[in-house]
Design a protein around this ligand. Structure first.
Ligand SMILES: *Cc1c(COP(=O)(O)O)cnc(C)c1O
Length: 454
């Protein structure tokens, strides 16, 4: 019997993994979560210590794919998706503290981990169904490039990526706009939230029902399940089996942190989940007060992939803690705030602090961080005095490659990070993208025209 997924809004029928991935957002505008989390035993976790990344991915994901994909096929998908390094770098001068560099995939951000697996799963389901599917995604920077790269050339898929014209760096943009073929990029004269709102409206629009649409945003559960894997991987390498570990995860839309929550629900012992944000600090304020006020419009910060004023995955976090939040951010039942405060620590990190942290990490530990990782590191430093580590292992996630932010790092540290060849090659490629104002009717016409064009 395949595992079932339910909607956080509670008004849609349960679905299996295939449907959850293909639909993306539930018809009642809620987000899918497993009805029950599969459990891993201490014995399973102990076994991970000797396994390479792709094998841990297989062991974790097969708990979700049973009855949908056979094990051999899944193992092959994992091998193919995760053919790059996942360095766990000890921090100089600190005992059992590591930075997990999730920046070695083809687009140099952690989003490759999820996008590559999800594209392979969706590609497989689409081939089984013989349909053509349009993947619609809004990006604040790195999602778009990871999704575009992951779906590039996948048969039966057309991907349309929306990005806020003024809020992504030139390199982030070129990673999306130079691919062509089955990938279209659409620059919106607005903010990330405008892009996300256009996409959400399209999904709910009866006039677009005839176009098979799915989402590759972290509203898709297919994005979250693969993001639980690196928490198991890091723990298996740094902690004793069963030993609680601290994770610090720089957060925007809270998909990455939901990976840790899923790992925790599956049995990974987590001492504390530190989830720092940038100037978009609606979450730490919610955690402190129990009152949720989204930030509209979201604030443009240095860590641009985290400029989210209303993280869609909060609805999932609230659901895991027994509450209910709808897609507008309204809390219909309060979650267990005491449990949330016991398990999580969050803080807002300003741009000024982010820059100072890049400097400090380099001076103190020769640790090279880019703005997102610096928010994570700063949050970790703010957390430690509140609950001394006492020898517990801790892992801070670096979610992007420093070479994606050469100007900022040059300004702060006086040198530019070495650019990986794939990124350097982009500078010579020609770009191609469409442009639209924040106007839903125009966006709907655009989708209809692209669909008609085949
Ligand atoms: C997307 C992104 C984040 C934030 O991840 P969420 O899942 O949205 O919280 C952090 N860092 C980088 C580099 C990103 O691309």
């Amino acid at each position: 019997m395949p595992l079932l997924f339910h909607s956080t809004n509670g008004q849609s029928p349960d679905v299996n993994l295939r449907d959850a991935l293909l639909i993306g957002q539930a018809p009642d505008r809620g987000l899918y979560l497993p009805r029950e989390f599969p459990k891993l035993t201490h014995h399973d976790l102990a076994g991970f210590a000797k396994l390479p990344y792709h094998a841990i991915a297989f062991e974790v994901l097969r708990r979700f794919t049973g009855g949908i994909i056979d094990d051999e096929a899944l193992e092959e998908l994992c091998r193919d998706a995760y053919a790059y390094a996942v360095p766990l770098e000890p921090v100089r001068g600190l005992d059992r503290v590591c930075v997990l560099r999730l920046d070695q995939g083809p687009t140099l951000s952690f989003k490759d981990f999820a996008a590559r697996m999800m594209a392979r799963l969706i590609g497989r389901f689409v081939r089984e169904n013989g349909q053509t599917l349009t993947i619609l995604t809004a990006t604040s920077g790195d999602t778009g490039s990871a999704v575009a790269s992951a779906f590039h050339g996948v048969e039966g898929i057309r991907a349309i990526v929306l990005f806020p014209l003024g809020e992504v760096s030139a390199r982030q943009r070129k990673q999306m706009t130079t691919l062509r073929e089955n990938i279209r990029t659409l620059a919106i004269d607005g903010k990330f939230d405008d892009c996300q709102a256009l996409v959400r409206r399209a999904f709910a629009d009866p006039a677009l029902k005839r176009i098979p649409l799915s989402s590759a945003n972290s509203i898709n559960i297919g994005r979250l399940l693969p993001q639980s894997v690196y928490y198991f991987y890091a723990a298996a390498r740094l902690a004793q089996p069963g030993e609680p570990i601290v994770f610090a995860v720089p957060s925007g839309n809270f998909g990455d942190m939901m990976g840790a929550i899923i790992a925790g629900q599956m049995g990974l012992p987590i001492k504390r989940l530190v989830v720092p944000v940038n100037g978009n600090d609606e979450f730490p304020r919610f955690l402190a007060t129990g009152r949720y006020d989204k930030i509209e419009p979201s604030r443009a910060c240095l860590s641009n992939a985290m400029n989210v004023g209303h993280p869609s995955n909060l609805a999932r976090l609230v659901a895991v803690y027994g509450g209910q939040m709808d897609e507008t951010g309204r809390i219909n039942f309060a979650p267990d705030m005491a449990a949330l405060r016991r398990d999580l620590f969050s803080t807002g990190v300003s741009d000024e602090q982010t820059r100072a942290t890049i400097q400090q990490a380099w001076t103190d530990h020769e640790l090279l961080l880019e703005p997102h990782g610096a928010v994570g590191w700063r949050g970790f430093l703010d957390y430690v005095p509140t609950e001394p580590l006492n020898g517990s292992p801790a892992v801070v996630l670096e979610t992007a490659h420093p070479a994606k932010f050469p100007e900022e790092i040059e300004k702060i540290l006086g040198f530019t990070p070495t650019v990986p060849p794939a990124l350097a090659a982009l500078d010579k490629l020609a770009e191609d993208y469409d442009r639209l104002a924040v106007n839903y009717a125009a966006f709907r016409d655009y989708l209809s025209e692209r669909h008609a064009a085949g």
